[in-house]
Design a protein around this ligand. Sequence first.
Ligand SMILES: Nc1ncnc2c1ncn2[C@@H]1O[C@H](COP(=O)(O)OP(=O)(O)OP(=O)(O)O)[C@@H](O)[C@H]1O
Ligand SMILES: [Mg+2]
Length: 370
Amino acid sequence: MADDAPDPARLLKLARQALTSAEYRRKFHAADFWGPAEFYDPQLRFFAAGIKHHQRLIRGGNQVGKSWAAAFELGLHLSGAYPRWWQGRKLNKPIRAWVVGVTGQLVRDGPQRQLTAKQGEFGSGALPLSAFSGRPTMVPGGTGSIDTLNVVHETDGNHDGISSCTFKSFEQGSDKLQSESVDVVWIDERCSEEIYSELIARTSATDGIIFLSYTPLKGGGNLTYRFLNEFSSDRADIRIEATDAKHISAERRAQLEESYLPHEREARIHGIPQLGIARVFPFPIESLLRPVNPDTDIKSWARYIVGIDFGYGHPFAAALCAWVPEPEDFFRHRRFQDRARRGLRPYQAYSGPMPRAAHSDRMAARRTAT
Ligand SMILES: Nc1ncnc2c1ncn2[C@@H]1O[C@H](COP(=O)(O)OP(=O)(O)OP(=O)(O)O)[C@@H](O)[C@H]1O
Ligand SMILES: [Mg+2]
């Protein structure tokens, strides 16, 4: 047992000696003070969506309460001590849970803290101090990162076993996320589709729960795209609007808005993915592609379109496309991508003729005419 492992039994004894019962409850049963009046409407909808959906995303700007909602729910599944007002899913047996984030350090400072030490001291998070069963197993190295913690589980007030919660990170690689069956997975950051598929597979045998909490920066990635655009009765997407997060005043929100880069504001304040970075089509683009002979395939009635991406934060690119309305076909005829440089470049650099359409006289003729 690593030396930095907190000893819940000892801490419990000390807390009971030093604090009045009201102080003790405030600090070490903090979750009891959260109910429908304290949680924001989207947080309550996130809980309730667990009844119908195995997969849930809670997204929003920074600091709006995404992780706290997720930590609170996970704490209930681990202990089984669902409050009477709880409208979400209930798991009536001890569970095995995984909490996954980007790095070990981020997991320690984020979800681990919310679950175990929200107010600083061990036991002051979503899990009450009295719920811990034994000392947690720590990650070697004295960093204060917990590997696994155990929680006494009760069903309808009767002790019926021990739940476990293991903390993991994407940096450990997907092979560390394989093999076990897990009842609840909480992913506290955007992850790749590959990792997500692996984590879904962990919960499939248990009819388990998987939820994600994050701010969809950089377009939110393909997974966000799927939650937002691909209908699945198994998935729910819940957004905490900036105005829902009452603990951030309008003045503070305005200050924050000023301090974020313009293209990040929508995501960082409102939790809306930044457009233009995530995947556009909900299927592999390769499935649309086939070899083309421009001389025979591009019909004389084709309409030509020049598409330009000026490259804000990524390379400039342009494409000359042909659209044949009848029968409907779309060709990317010529393209140009400036792989070497990023960002907007002077307009003059691209104001010359479009790349020559060497394969098609028809196209050249049309270009001259327009
Ligand atoms: N319903 C609520 N009422 C008041 N405060 C709340 C509520 N929900 C969360 N908070 C508080 O807001 C703060 C930020 O919460 P949390 O860490 O969950 O935000 P987050 O959206 O995950 O932030 P980040 O973008 O940094 O990951 C915490 O101090 C938390 O206690
Ligand atoms: Mg968070």
